[in-house]
Every structure is written in C-alpha cells, then in structure tokens.
Design a protein around this ligand. Structure first.
Ligand code: GRG
Length: 295
C-alpha cells in the first residue's frame, strides 16, 4: 500500500472499533455511551494507522493486526479521558468536543477509561484474526501491557506531572518523560505488528525498534511545537495548555527552532532505519505526517 491508498487504514479502523465496542444500548448504557463517545470521536487515528502500515511493510495480513489496532486506540482514548480529568490536566475540550467528564460526569469518565483499558486487553486476547497464532497473540498482549503500565505510558504521566513547574528539568529527563508517556504506545504499534509477523530477523527487529522509538519521540516534540504554534480550532484541544500548566516541553527547554530541528533529526534517523525493508513507504508516509502535521 502506498500513501495514496492510506485512507483505507482509516476506514478499516473505524469499522473495527465500531464492531469491538459494546453497543450504546448495552447495559450499563451510560457507561457504554461514554466509551463510544470518547473512542469514536474524530481523532487522527495515527496509532492504528501505524499498526496497519507496519503490517503492510512486514507482509502481515490486516486481519492479524485488527485487534492490536483497536486495542491501542482504546488505550489511547482511555489515556485522553483520564488526562483531561480535573485531577490531572483539567481540560474541557478534546477532539473538538467537550471532554468526557464534561459531556457525562467525572465518575462516568473515570470508569469509562478503566473499562476501555480492560476492553483493550479483551480485544487482543480474543480477536479472531489470531486464533491460529497463540504465540503471536501472547506476544502482543505482553507488548501492550509493558507499553501502557508503570514502565511505559502511566510511568511517563507520573514523571510528567512531577516535572510541572520545575526549572531544573534536563533534556535527558524530558526524553525519558516523552519516551514513556507518548513514545511507548506509539512504539507498541510497530512492535505489535512485528509480533504478528511469521518471521523477522534480529536486524529487522532492531531497525523497527529504532524507527518506532525515534518516531514516537518525534510525535511528542511536534506536539510540543504545535501547542505553541497551532490554534485551538485546528488542534481540537486548548492551544497553549502546556505553557499554562508550566509543563516541561522541548521548546521550553531548547527553544522553538531547536525543537523543530530536533524533530527533523529524529525523523531522518527513523526513516534511515527503514532502508533495509523492500517497501517501507507506508511507514515513511506516516513518519512524514507525524513531523509535518498541523494538528
Ligand atoms: C494514563 C492518564 C494517563 C495518561 C498517560 C498519553 C497520556 C499519558 C496522556 C494523554 C494526554 C497527552 C496530551 C498526551 C501526549 C500524547 C498526545 C500528544 C496525545 C494526543 O494524541 P493525538 O494527537 O490525539 O494522536 P488524537 O485525538 O488525534 O487521537
């Protein structure tokens, strides 16, 4: 698949997500409504598209990564719901709509996030696309669990909150925060596709790891830049929130121009790692989008 066919990834994930989420009239209806509200809101779907792109580069049929793609988007939606809560960033706008705790209520939002995390693991554990590959399924579950737990996304969120308002945060600290908070889940997109591949050499695995970690960090550096340069309308969330919360960001630490140059360097390193694959264009296209995006 080349860049011009990429919209098919988006169509596929909307369909898979809709099928994986309990219906809005399934009891408890308000909880399921909130889960669907958060997940099916118009996000960019970068993570599931990254899963399908990696699958295409590795020759893995989409049906073998549908579960991974849906699960990762459910975890991502849960992290957004919880991050927006009053106890964390206390935001009222997400994906151009009221955040889940505003549209519903705080308790429902917390529980919808909890249930989405559980649902994510249920999806990977039961999706039919891997019924004939139990080892691949187990590997995907382990990859996801590690990426979202205390040594991944949640750990990064804790470090991020601890860095708020501090003026002694170093570039090493910031890299650790971003790698865990944002990079780990983005890297899991590529790794879960690799987990489903029939055979992959150690060199190919290592190259994918380099691609995934560089592009995961580049995504967050670009996000930091957009918090300054973009608009609330384009972002669908409040522009300037990082500055308002006195967050540790790359532009704050190294200046806007250097942060942009850093994202570009990460992109170059990420895409260079793909040279060993015969047709890596699907991953290259998403990498370009990540560093060039305006929302
Ligand atoms: C476990 C509560 C909790 C949080 C974990 C991921 C995270 C940490 C918090 C989410 C909030 C946030 C701003 C994270 C940085 C990563 C990021 C830029 C998320 C937004 O992702 P996009 O731009 O969003 O892909 P869409 O809406 O397009 O899916």
């Amino acid at each position: 698949m080349d860049e011009s066919q990429a919209p098919y990834y988006s169509q596929r994930i909307e369909h898979v997500l809709d099928a994986c989420l309990p219906g809005a009239d399934t009891s408890p209806a308000r909880l399921h409504e909130a889960m669907r509200y958060a997940v099916l809101a118009p996000g960019k779907r970068v993570r599931p598209r990254l899963v399908y792109a990696a699958a295409d580069v590795l020759g893995v049929p989409w049906v073998r990564v549908d579960g991974a793609a849906a699960a990762i988007e459910c975890v991502h939606a849960y992290s957004l719901i919880h991050d927006d809560l009053p106890a964390m960033d206390d935001d009222n706008l997400r994906r151009g709509r009221p955040t889940t705790h505003i549209a519903f209520d705080e308790a429902t939002a917390i529980l919808a996030g909890d249930a989405l995390q559980a649902l994510a693991f249920e999806i990977v554990a039961t999706h039919g696309g891997l019924n004939d590959a139990p080892a691949a399924r187990a590997a995907q579950i382990a990859t996801l669990a590690h990426a979202v737990g205390s040594r991944g996304m949640v750990g990064g969120q804790v470090l991020d909150m601890g860095a708020e308002g501090r003026d002694d945060v170093t570039t090493e600290d910031l890299e650790e925060i971003h790698n865990l908070k944002t990079g780990a889940l983005l890297a899991a997109c590529v790794t879960m596709a690799a987990d489903a591949a029939e055979s992959l050499s150690a060199d190919q695995r290592a190259a994918l790891d380099i691609f995934a970690t560089r592009i995961g960090l580049a995504f967050q550096v670009r996000d930091d830049v957009l918090d300054i340069e973009s608009s609330t309308e384009k972002l669908g969330k409040i522009q300037g929130a990082d500055v308002a919360h006195d967050k540790a960001t790359y532009p704050a630490l190294m200046g806007l121009d250097e942060a942009k140059a850093f994202a570009q360097r990460l992109y170059t390193e990420a895409t260079a790692a793909l040279d060993m694959f015969e047709n890596a264009e699907p991953l290259r296209a998403i990498a370009r989008e990540i560093v060039q995006r305006d929302h």
